[in-house]
Design a protein around this ligand. Structure first.
Ligand code: ZN
Length: 126
């Protein structure tokens, strides 16, 4: 879906049909950190991210990767626990995903959990 290095970007989404991977629940941080973003990833990229914890960092990949807020970045990583709890979510990424602005990964935010339909899963995940 997300074109590899399609010069103009090109159509990226299929009307929001996304697989719910880690990156959808934890979101990702860019190499400069500081904020949690939601990235638009292919299934393959999502798998690699979940496997390695990073994308485009150790194995330079078919980036750049597009964030929902429109930024293009060369590398991503899954935030560590501390980041997941304490970093602010990117506002535009929140808006695009229909989530409230706030702190922490959607998975760790009660309101986001409701929106994502995670409410019934009981908050026992770390
Ligand atoms: Zn963002």
């Amino acid at each position: 879906m997300a074109g590899r290095h399609a010069p103009g970007g090109g159509p990226v989404t299929d009307g929001g049909a996304v697989t719910r991977g880690l990156h959808d629940l934890d979101w990702v941080i860019t190499l400069d950190g500081g904020r949690l973003h939601h990235a638009v990833l292919t299934d393959r990229q999502a798998e690699d991210l979940e496997y390695d914890g990073t994308l485009g960092v150790e194995v330079p990949h078919d980036g750049p990767f597009r964030l929902d807020c429109g930024r293009l970045v060369d590398g991503l990583s899954i935030p560590g626990v501390f980041s997941r709890m304490s970093l602010p979510r990117c506002r535009r990424c929140c808006t695009v995903n229909g989530l409230p602005q706030g702190i922490g990964s959607p998975k760790n935010d009660g309101e986001c959990r409701k929106i994502l339909g995670l409410e019934d899963r009981d908050g026992s995940s770390s």
